[in-house]
Design a protein around this ligand. Structure first.
Ligand code: PPS
Length: 347
């Protein structure tokens, strides 16, 4: 049965055959997956109402939405933005709280609603934060989203959903920071992520993962369409498009641009300190346990969530054939767009 979303998208459940193909490789899909059109976005079936909530939410002028396809450096951008806006002197008492509480992940519940995620114990930080914020509430279905709704201004919120799943007037209401990353690196980082996080539970090979990636069969759907929607808005005054590769290569220039966009008015000295504070090694050293279950054996093998934090790491793992497939998919999907990524060649 199809369903119509508040955004106007039509959600159609994946057919049995397609779903079972996916389920074999990605057990988290066992509760059903829907495809939204237009856009071909994919969602876990139990999270449809959450996407409606996100669409209908009243965004505020002081909100900043950090938008990116998974593994493009969203968490890094969250930490940079939150620090620039809330902790420029690096002395905020909540700076060591989990980033997800300071800079909420709008659709995080989509992963924890699944039976692949055991219900949170009462003493887990998420229900504890929820109880503290909403002592009277009995319905605990979308705890992450409720925490995002209730968090104080100015809110810096993360999403992997694409622009078209938000209200049409989003950019007239608040600002959006978009982070894009070389698709070859995104594919490798996503592969490790889906093996690491039990809420994804990928059990296949890299070859199988590459095929799912270029066939747009990974939740939240097609990376190239995600990029297209963002690229179309790149000149909007409330939209700031940044490349992961540029942040790595020249963080000072990128953070100065961000300072202008966010209107934070920080001195070069403060920006330099924030660059050190949000470097890969600094963030990895502050990293505490993830809030959702992970496979420790994968973390040991790969380095965990803060895995490598490099550009061009795909060269180590992708075979020439896998690289060729991704390049062909990119060339045809991004045809006619002047969107170029760095570190796309082996030399
Ligand atoms: S998620 O789970 O989709 O939200 O992941 P996301 O945060 O978007 O991306 C994770 C990748 O970003 C790397 N990362 C960083 N790179 C450079 N500097 C800093 N500070 C940083 N923090 C996170 C992280 O290591 C993942 O990339 P890979 O290539 O897997 O290392």
């Amino acid at each position: 049965m199809s369903a119509k979303l508040k955004s106007g998208h039509v959600a159609v459940p994946l057919e049995k055959e397609e779903l079972s193909q996916l389920e074999v490789l990605m057990r988290s899909c066992s509760e059903g997956v829907v495809r939204l059109d237009p856009g071909r976005w994919l969602l876990h079936t139990p999270s449809l109402n959450l996407v409606d909530n996100i669409y209908e939410h009243k965004y505020r002028p002081s909100d900043l939405i950090i938008m990116a396809y998974p593994k493009c450096g969203t968490t890094w951008a969250q930490e940079i933005v939150w620090t620039m806006r809330n902790n420029p002197d690096l002395d905020h008492p909540e700076a060591n709280d989990q980033v997800i509480f300071r800079s909420p992940f709008l659709e995080a519940d989509t992963y924890t609603l699944s039976r692949h995620h055991p219900p949170f114990e009462e003493d887990h930080p998420v229900p504890q934060a929820f109880r503290k914020a909403f002592p009277q509430r009995e319905d605990t279905k979308n705890m992450f989203f409720s925490l995002a709704e209730g968090s104080p201004d100015p809110r810096s919120m993360k999403t992997h959903l694409s622009l078209s799943l938000f209200p049409e007037d989003l950019l007239e209401t608040c600002k959006v920071l978009y982070v894009a990353r070389n698709p070859l690196d995104v594919c490798i980082s996503f592969f490790h992520h889906c093996r690491h996080f039990i809420v994804r539970d990928f059990r296949g090979t890299l070859d199988q993962f590459v095929d799912l990636f270029i066939q747009d069969k990974l939740i939240p759907g097609p990376y190239l369409q995600h990029l297209k929607e963002a690229w179309a808005k790149k000149d909007h005054k409330n939209f700031h498009f940044v490349f992961y590769e540029d942040l790595k290569e020249d963080p000072l220039t990128e953070l100065k641009k961000l300072d202008g966009f966010l209107e934070t008015g920080l001195s070069e000295d403060k920006i330099k300190k924030i660059i050190d504070y949000t470097s890969f090694s600094a963030m990895k050293s502050r990293d505490t346990e993830t809030l959702v279950p992970t496979r420790q054996e994968v973390a040991k093998e790969t380095g965990g969530f803060f895995r490598k934090g490099e550009s061009g790491d795909w060269k180590v793992l992708l075979t020439p054939e896998q690289e060729r497939k991704i390049m062909m998919w990119m060339e045809s999907g991004l045809k006619g767009m002047n969107l170029k990524f760095k570190h796309m060649r082996r030399e």
